[in-house]
Design a protein around this ligand. Structure first.
Ligand code: FAD
Length: 380
């Protein structure tokens, strides 16, 4: 097996909030041995009101619901695990084309013009993957299928991170700010990952302004006091699955296939799920000497029948449909409940299975929060 990476080190070209949920560890438990920064024990949700006021609530999970990582450390470690199992890693090598014979993908071409032949090509090239595009499986991703984010890593001493954030992920919701998603601060050992979710890409969206407004919030200034922005980026998260995730000789995984549910914070976990099923299907195809479309269709059957993925998808879609029909303030209140999902509604839903269009628990939580706010809860 050969892995190709266009960057000189894996993980240096990604922009990511860098928190893997426990769902990801279900698909790839060996990751727990990787370079994890912080084992997250709960979350704080801040609701920023007008006149520099805010309210916050904190919940602690009965275990670790998320793990923060640096992609610049984690991705090289992950690639090395494959090398330890016999793979080769070629960095600073960009795949520029696919090679086809009789309508079957039989290899790829590198930017140096080298042709590499393979029984199965697994595409993990991210949201704008050239391989999926050349194979005709990925069209242009624009507008309302993409959420636009700004992210930054802010360096802070470990002791300060511990004092200010403990082992908690923080979510921030602001009126007039990110209506359809949320902003965050996630603790690392040597600083924090900060993110601003701009929302769906529309001509009105000004992500830079939104990020600046967020950084200017007094509470955020206080949280990041003394910190230095070490890196930043603006990226899109595609949230629509491509129609077909395989072709003769080819399997498409992760961001390239659209395995993301931004509404419930799942990205890497479903990327890992798809990678695992891709590897299993490719191994079967190689050992039987049959990488036909029919054999590789097992990949799609696998992910489509994955119970956790099915549940999360219904949950994410239901939440999205529900939120986008509601007025802004109600959306924000509901997002509080939603971004709080690690600690409350989801474990219950997972236990019983989510029923389509069942938003009752979220609606109940949103109504309760609106009532609490009207009553003037402490901290507002
Ligand atoms: C701003 C932002 C924040 C996010 N935060 C989170 C989060 O906190 N938690 C979470 O779970 N998910 C998060 N996600 C989603 C998560 O980043 C993705 O789901 C995940 O990175 C997808 O993994 P991937 O391997 O499919 O693609 P990528 O991580 O994009 O990796 C693609 C790799 O392929 C390489 N590559 C691309 N093209 C070529 C080529 N032609 N030749 C060779 N190499 C190539 C790239 O350099 C890159 O290393 C976030 C996404 C965004 C945009």
């Amino acid at each position: 097996m050969v892995q190709f990476e266009k960057a000189s080190t894996p993980g240096t070209k990604n922009a990511c909030g860098s928190a893997i949920t426990a769902t990801g560890m279900v698909y790839a438990p060996y990751l727990l041995e990787g370079p994890i920064e912080v084992k997250v024990t709960g979350s704080r949700v801040y609701y920023i009101l007008r006149n520099n006021k805010y309210c916050m609530f904190e919940t602690v999970m009965g275990g670790y619901g998320m793990y923060t990582i640096h992609r610049t450390k984690f991705d090289p470690w992950h690639a090395q695990q494959a090398c330890n199992a016999g793979s080769e890693l070629r960095t600073a090598t960009t795949i520029t084309d696919i090679i086809k014979e009789d309508d079957k993908v039989v290899g790829v071409t590198t930017d140096e013009g080298e042709k590499i032949f393979a029984e199965v090509v697994i595409d993990a090239g991210g949201a704008h993957s050239i391989v999926a595009r050349k194979a005709g499986l990925l069209g242009r991703r624009t507008g309302t299928d993409n959420i636009l984010y700004a992210t930054a890593f802010v360096e802070l001493p470990e002791k300060i991170v511990e004092e200010r954030f403990k082992q908690l992920c923080e979510w921030y919701l602001t009126i007039g700010g990110s209506n359809y998603s949320f902003n965050w601060i996630f603790p690392m050992r040597d600083g924090v990952s900060v993110g601003v979710a701009g929302g769906y890409m529309t001509p009105k969206l000004n992500i830079r302004q939104q990020a600046q407004e967020f950084l200017n919030e007094p509470i955020i200034k206080e949280k990041l006091k003394g910190g230095k922005i070490k890196s930043w980026g603006i990226r899109t998260d595609p949230e629509k699955l491509i129609e077909k995730t395989y072709a003769p000789g080819l399997i498409v995984t992760g961001h390239a296939a659209g395995f993301v549910q931004p509404f419930i914070g799942e990205g890497m976990s479903f990327g890992l799920m798809s990678g695992r099923y891709a590897a299993e299907t490719a191994a079967e195809a190689i050992s039987s000497g049959d990488a036909s479309e029919e054999t590789l269709a097992n990949y799609e059957a696998r992910w489509k029948n994955d119970p956790l993925f099915k549940t999360m998808r219904i949950y994410g879609q239901t939440l999205k449909d529900y939120l986008l029909k509601r007025p802004q303030e109600e959306i924000i209140n509901t997002m509080i409940a939603a971004s709080h999902w690690y600690a409350s509604p989801v474990p219950f839903m997972l236990k019983d299975g989510v029923k389509e269009n069942d938003t009752k628990k979220l609606e109940k939580a949103a109504k309760l929060l609106i009532r609490l706010e009207n009553l003037g809860i402490p901290g507002t």
